[in-house]
Design a protein around this ligand. Structure first.
Ligand code: F3S
Length: 118
């Protein structure tokens, strides 16, 4: 079992989760963070740290978030490790309440951020 970062993180990336992880299991993309399931020890300390409640145990994934299990594993293998928290993305607070962000997730290493949600 593992923990999974879900859609709420997209374009927010507050990174409070990274600061508390005891095993360095987070990997960072341009507008999203993922957990490496091979590194996660299921301690759960990251769950209450996320301001947008983006992190859940795999067994608790909502049906509409199911794809994030494989997405975390796949992107963790491609994206670099992040071991320290940093400032959230510039428009994080504006994106925090959005629920239709999946199509905005960029798998490319270069940032593609544009604008604030309308
Ligand atoms: Fe994302 Fe929440 Fe961590 S927004 S970077 S999962 S604190």
């Amino acid at each position: 079992m593992t923990h999974v970062v879900t859609e709420a993180c997209i374009r927010c990336k507050y990174t409070d989760c990274v600061a508390v992880c005891p095993v360095e299991c987070f990997h960072e993309g341009p507008d999203f963070i993922v957990i490496d399931p091979a590194a996660c020890i299921d301690c759960g300390v990251c769950i209450p740290e996320c301001p947008v409640e983006a992190i859940v145990e795999a067994k608790d994934l909502a049906p509409d978030q199911a794809e994030y299990l494989d997405l975390n594993a796949r992107l963790a293998a491609r994206w670099p490790l992040i071991t320290q928290s940093r400032d959230p993305l510039p428009d994080a607070d504006a994106w925090a309440t959005r629920h239709d962000k999946r199509q905005l997730l960029s798998e490319n290493p270069e940032p593609t951020l544009t604008g604030v949600p309308g």
